[in-house]
Design a protein around this ligand. Structure first.
Ligand code: KMH
Ligand code: ZN
Length: 272
């Protein structure tokens, strides 16, 4: 099997230090947590940024500061900025980090309930992000919360707004969206275009089973405090690195080697 790409989603937009004190907020905290995750085996950092008080922001300058600090500590790591941001942000606000020409960015290709809100990604929003990424050579990772979202990604590809092969991240087990069951994961992986790559981010208690299933099924894995605050029931995760280390241990048991950032670039067809 291909080497395993581990993405670490270090902070997200919604989780707080009140829920788990290990959630990083400041650029220094985010860089340190990213570095520890990288040392543990993560080759991609899925990056949201915060104001120092934890408020989620898509501010370009705060992204710049975060990326510089991360790259100082681990120059070869792949930065994947979020264009999902936080619920309620405008498309233009969400798109700001693309101006920094990152290697990758998330592209949420559909609309769903999100907590008590709606995470809205209209066809116009999706086209806008796809065009902004394409003109800058940014590789999209399609964030997929429901089966139909794969069709939206294919629709963008059909219009020539994204280059193939496509790369998908199945987000599974978020309340109100597709469950984190192995049968759903198999259905998703069998539904993407031939030649595509995929990873899976299980939410909360689904993180460990989805990661283990992806290791066995030949996919890739996303873990981190954005998706899951716990190491096990009732036990908070100590750090992002701890969640990555567990995936590395399981992968080794299945004889899946861990991809370095450069190997991840090859697998994902990233432009050099
Ligand atoms: N914070 C969520 C509303 C992404 O990064 O692209 C969206 C999200 C997905 O986290
Ligand atoms: Zn995110």
């Amino acid at each position: 099997m291909e080497k395993l790409i581990i993405t670490c989603c270090v902070t997200g937009a919604e989780v707080t230090k009140e829920q788990n004190p290990a959630v990083p907020y400041t650029p220094e905290e985010i860089a340190q947590s990213s570095y520890e995750a990288y040392k543990a085996g993560a080759s991609i950092i899925h990056l949201h940024v915060r104001e120092n008080d934890g408020t989620p922001t898509q501010d370009k300058e705060i992204y710049r500061q975060n990326i510089e600090l991360i790259k100082d500590k681990c120059p070869d790591v792949i930065i994947q900025v979020s264009t999902g941001g936080a619920v309620g942000m405008s498309d233009e606000e969400r798109a700001q980090p693309l101006e920094l020409n990152p290697e990758m960015a998330s592209l949420d290709c559909g609309t769903c309930n999100f907590g008590n809100d709606v995470f809205k990604n209209t066809p116009k929003t999706m086209e806008y992000f796809a065009k902004e990424m394409k003109k800058r050579g940014v590789k999209p990772e399609f964030e997929v919360f429901e089966r139909g979202w794969i069709e939206n990604a294919k629709w963008l590809a059909k219009q020539g707004l994204v280059d193939e092969p496509l790369h998908f991240d199945f987000i599974m087990g978020a309340p109100g969206t597709m469950p984190g069951d192995i049968k759903d994961l198999i259905y998703m992986m069998e539904s993407i275009p031939a030649g595509s790559t995929w990873t899976v981010g299980g939410i909360g208690r689904f993180q460990l089973p989805m990661a283990t299933a992806a290791i066995m099924l030949g996919g890739h894995v996303r873990v981190g405090l954005e998706d899951n605050l716990y190491y096990k029931k009732g036990v908070l995760a100590e750090s992002n690195a701890q969640l990555v280390e567990r995936v590395v241990r399981i992968a080794r048991e299945f004889d899946r080697e861990i991809a370095t950032p450069d190997e991840a670039r090859e697998i994902l067809n990233l432009k050099k």
